[in-house]
Design a protein around this ligand. Structure first.
Ligand code: CUA
Length: 319
């Protein structure tokens, strides 16, 4: 995996994020000027008048009802706010009105407590917590349009280097688009408090070179090969309640409450960033998900050691 970038709005790699950085510099610049003026006056006043001996007979000039002063401190801030509003509205409009080109990649991201389902409706791919997209370059722009939906509570999609923040709300479909121009792995977090595990809703966006992305698509579309050596684990899996919540394509496991496991081992983390996806962690996760993620909706299945070994031996074949 390529090294993960620190998520920062000041290190954009995608078209909307570049626009947001421009706007941020403008707002920060304007407010910095105001800060310098106000702080400058305050410091000047402290130094100039701070050490004068108190004299109760010497009262400063009392100013009442000065139209000029009141107009100045009303009109000037009002104009500043109008400028900030108009500039922001222009940037928001510029990003929002972008029409979806016919060749754009379509993704539907569904917020769940507490993980993300990632669907590629036109490609027939369903995965979780990791979004894979192609890189965009001048000769062949590659835009990705992400439809945001939520199952039950409000979340917020935010990958600072790629796009602005967007709410993920039940019964309302929102949309963001990204156009990443640099290959890499970019992270984000659910940015709206959504319950016990709000802090463990990691978002990973992997931006691939175009041919590498096609290879990823092909791998995801192929059901994992059935391996004869893990029959016990496979039978155990399909005899347990696992199949009511999880899908493994090509088997009778077709639940939709939990993440699709068809290519479980292609993902880098378990439980939306709760732990690295290693066989040891996977075993501990199946034994008791609550140990990694308090309040995880997946129950501990009360399996003995042999069953755990068989199950994990099967799960690690889902590549
Ligand atoms: Cu999902 Cu906070």
């Amino acid at each position: 995996m390529t090294p993960v970038q620190t998520p920062s709005i000041f290190a954009p790699v995608s078209t909307p994020a570049f626009a947001i950085r421009e706007l941020s510099f403008f707002v920060l610049g304007l407010t910095a000027v105001i800060f310098v003026i106000v702080a400058g006056f305050a410091i000047y006043t402290l130094i100039r008048f701070g050490r004068r001996p108190a004299n109760p007979d010497l009262e400063p000039a009392q100013v009442y009802g000065s139209k000029q002063i009141e107009l100045a401190w009303t009109v000037v801030p009002f104009l500043i706010v109008v400028v900030l509003f108009l500039v922001t509205a222009r940037y928001v409009w510029g990003i929002e009105r972008r029409a979806q080109p016919p060749d754009a990649l379509e993704i539907t991201l569904v917020g769940n407590q507490w993980w993300w389902e990632v669907r590629y409706p036109k490609l027939g791919i369903v995965t979780a917590n990791e979004i894979h997209v192609p890189v965009s370059d001048a000769s062949t722009p590659a835009l990705t349009f992400i439809t945001l939906q939520s199952v039950d509570v409000a979340h917020s999609f935010w990958v600072p280097q790629l796009a602005g923040k967007m709410d993920v709300i039940p019964n309302k479909t929102n949309r963001v688009w990204i156009e990443p121009r640099r290959v890499g792995t970019y992270v984000g977090q659910c940015a709206e408090y959504c319950g016990l595990q709000h802090a463990l809703m990691l978002l990973v966006v992997v931006v691939h070179p175009k041919d590498e992305f096609q290879a990823w698509v092909a791998a995801q579309q192929t059901p994992p090969a059935e391996q004869g050596t893990v029959t016990a684990g496979r039978q155990l899996f399909s005899s347990l309640a696992c199949i009511n919540c999880h899908t493994v394509r090509g088997t009778r496991s077709n639940g939709v409450f939990g993440p699709d496991l068809t290519h479980l081992m292609s993902r880098s983390t378990l439980g939306a960033g709760a732990a690295r996806n290693t066989p040891e962690n996977l075993r501990a996760w199946v034994k008791d998900p609550g140990a990694f993620k308090t309040g995880a909706l997946m129950p501990a299945m009360k399996l003995d050691d042999t069953q755990l070994d068989q199950l994990v031996a099967y799960l690690v074949t889902l590549r």
